[in-house]
Ligand binder design. Structure first.
Ligand SMILES: Cc1cc2nc3c(=O)[nH]c(=O)nc-3n(C[C@H](O)[C@H](O)[C@H](O)COP(=O)(O)OP(=O)(O)OC[C@H]3O[C@@H](n4cnc5c(N)ncnc54)[C@H](O)[C@@H]3O)c2cc1C
Ligand code: SF4
Length: 571
């Protein structure tokens, strides 16, 4: 029962509620507040204030108790999160630990989460590419999932809008499969990355190697300075939180901007249990929250609700929002809620060496991480025995060796004057997976977590399409590496579980037809017009590009629509 000792219902009533304060929730909050709506942002984790709450940001390697490695005991206790490449001493405090928030893996799924104000926006690798009509037309063309109810032209102005504010660096490459954006200067490829580009593009004109696009301020504009952010210093310690605001995070950018309007109330430690639905009013009226620390139950009310808890948790909240009208989860007349979950296939990498260009070395760090190979497979026509395609990352670095066995001056000299080795090169795949009904999340019927919320079952897997795609990626990259004269080529077929890509999507997909989808073309529930979902849960298919920029664009577009509808009295 709701606690009657805390504020009156009036004090708990807002114009809008945003659930989650990560990348998509930060954008929803900013847009709602700027448009004058009194907005309550509910975040299940603790508060994290920009700069003040980045305890490791300026620490030197020797200041970490374990030199930034996670101790064995910690890895043993947290096998899932330990598999994430960024889980080290410097950023472990921003990751959810396995034991604290259990879930049921019906099939192996590494669910990587960040429960705090800012969510995973503090931790992300900031790779930001637009999706194109090769993505939005994909399901219809290739006959899977359902047709997206939008096309690139619907989202383009919103990509422009969010890119200008967030600060995205990149080159204008003129590729229809990877539309250009409102870019700050791109980070240049190094000499071997350029060499590989020239080799690949010379032999295969349809394949491109471009500079990776990323959410870093390479050249601050007035809008970034106004946010209190400035030029990225190329420290590449971003997962600690950046005191310069050099990369985009909710904490550095959208949330302080929303706060400045005076319209935002941010409530950390507020675990959303479910969305409250009133069948007489035929709308959602608010949310039920459990205080993270006291376990007190509190209801909040609003005219419009944005669900931005990150794809899997958004599904969990919606499935748990049961009522007489919606016994199987809010807005689930279609029966598709929780289904058609998909992800990105990162299960192969390839490494090699290059013995040329030894007169050069890399200088400084590249926050963009090197090169990006946009999808080229099955773009204009079906050319393989699997559907869709993959993009790939590509990077080169000059290897160094120093003798670390000595002491004092010997050791210092050896560290300061390393021997240079060959160039190392490497690539990883980012494959599109096909959303299927059989890939789903569902509530446990008996077991609850510490906040009385049912545990979530996750049943998501690879399929034959993914296996064929992976083989093609490895064969194709091996050919391209050979063509470039790389040696000592090593194929690495890792067996990483779905989820470790951290690009989980779907479950509340968009579509034209309320019978086969949960959301319409405005990310609005077909069945409950004042509930909007603008995180990964809304994605009808996954593309090969990183997803977060697209969540930002959807959030801004959807708020714009919702506020206009509210003003018209239509929702
Ligand atoms: C190491 C790493 C690297 C990544 N690299 C990239 C990349 O290069 N490019 C890219 O596009 N993406 C990348 N991602 C993924 C990216 O971080 C996510 O796509 C993005 O953060 C999703 O935004 P979101 O708003 O949906 O979720 P989040 O940013 O995770 O925010 C969700 C918020 O909701 C809160 N929440 C959850 N449940 C509840 C509840 N019941 N009640 C209240 N609050 C709740 C959470 O605590 C969290 O703060 C990476 C992620 C990680 C961890
Ligand atoms: S690389 Fe740039 S964004 Fe990352 S921590 Fe350094 S200054 Fe900040």
């Amino acid at each position: 029962m709701a606690n009657i000792n805390i504020d009156s219902v009036k004090d708990r009533t807002y114009d809008a509620i945003v659930i989650g304060s990560g990348i998509s929730g930060g954008w929803s909050a900013k847009e709602l507040c700027e448009k004058g709506l009194k907005t309550l942002v509910l975040e299940r984790g603790r508060d994290v204030k920009h700069i003040k709450d980045y305890p490791t940001t300026n620490m030197n390697p020797w200041e970490f108790e374990h030199r930034n490695e996670m101790p064995y005991e910690n890895k043993k206790e947290n096998p899932i999160v330990s598999r994430c490449y960024a889980y080290h001493e410097d950023a472990a405090h921003f990751f959810v630990k396995d034991q604290e928030h259990p879930y049921v893996q019906d099939k192996p799924f590494d669910w990587i989460r960040g429960y705090q104000v800012g969510g995973k926006s503090l931790l992300w690798a900031r790779q930001t590419q637009r999706w194109s009509d090769f993505d939005f037309e994909g399901p219809q063309r290739d006959g899977f999932a359902v047709d997206w109810p939008i096309r690139y032209a619907d989202l383009k102005p919103w990509y422009d809008y969010v890119e200008r504010f967030a600060g995205i660096s990149g080159d204008k490459d003129g590729l229809p499969e990877l539309p250009d954006g409102e870019f700050l200067p791109g980070y240049p490829l190094n000499v071997v990355e350029k060499y590989f580009k020239q080799k690949v593009e010379g032999k295969y004109p349809e394949r491109k190697v471009i500079s990776a696009r990323c959410a870093h301020i390479s050249k601050p504009q007035p809008i970034h300075i106004e946010q209190g952010r400035t030029q990225c210093q190329n420290r590449t310690l971003c997962q600690r939180g950046c005191p310069f605001g050099g990369y985009f995070s909710s904490n550095a950018s959208t949330l302080p901007w929303a706060a400045k309007t005076g319209n935002m109330t941010l409530r950390p430690d507020a675990v959303v249990h479910s969305i409250l639905y009133d069948k007489d009013k035929n709308r959602a009226i608010g949310v039920k929250v459990i205080d993270r620390n006291t376990k007190e139950e509190i209801d909040f009310f609003a005219k419009v609700i944005f669900v931005n808890a990150a794809a899997i948790n958004t599904n969990l909240i919606l499935l748990n929002s049961k009522s007489e009208r919606f016994p199987n989860g809010l807005g689930n007349d279609s029966g598709t809620l929780g289904k058609y979950v998909a992800f990105h296939n990162y299960s192969a990498r390839i490494y090699a060496e290059y013995e040329g260009l030894l007169d050069y070395a890399t200088a400084g760090r590249n926050p963009a991480g090197g090169g990006y190979i946009p999808r080229f497979r099955n773009l204009h026509k079906q050319e393989t025995d699997y559907l869709r395609g993959y993009a790939a990352g590509f990077g080169a670095w000059r290897s160094q060796h120093s003798d670390r066995t000595g002491w004092g001056d010997d050791l210092k000299n050896s560290l300061l004057n390393p021997e240079w080795g060959n160039w190392g090169v490497g690539s990883h795949m980012m494959g599109e997976t096909i959303p299927k009904e059989a890939s789903y999340v569902a509530l446990d019927k008996t077991k609850n977590d510490d906040w009385g919320i049912p545990l979530l079952h996750i049943s998501v897997d690879y399929d034959d399409n993914d296996a064929k795609m992976k083989k093609d990626y490895l064969d194709t990259m091996e050919d391209m590496f050979t063509e470039a004269g790389f040696t000592n080529i090593r194929r690495d077929e890792n067996s990483q579980a779905p989820g470790l890509d951290i690009h989980e999507m779907g479950g509340a997909r968009m579509g034209h037809d309320p019978k086969t989808s949960v959301l319409n073309k405005w990310n609005q529930m077909h069945d409950v017009s004042n509930v909007f979902v603008t995180d990964g849960a809304a994605m009808t298919s996954t593309s090969t590009q990183n997803p977060s920029l697209t969540y930002m664009a959807f959030s801004a577009r959807s708020v714009d629509y919702a506020v206009k509808e509210l003003k018209k009295g239509a929702i």
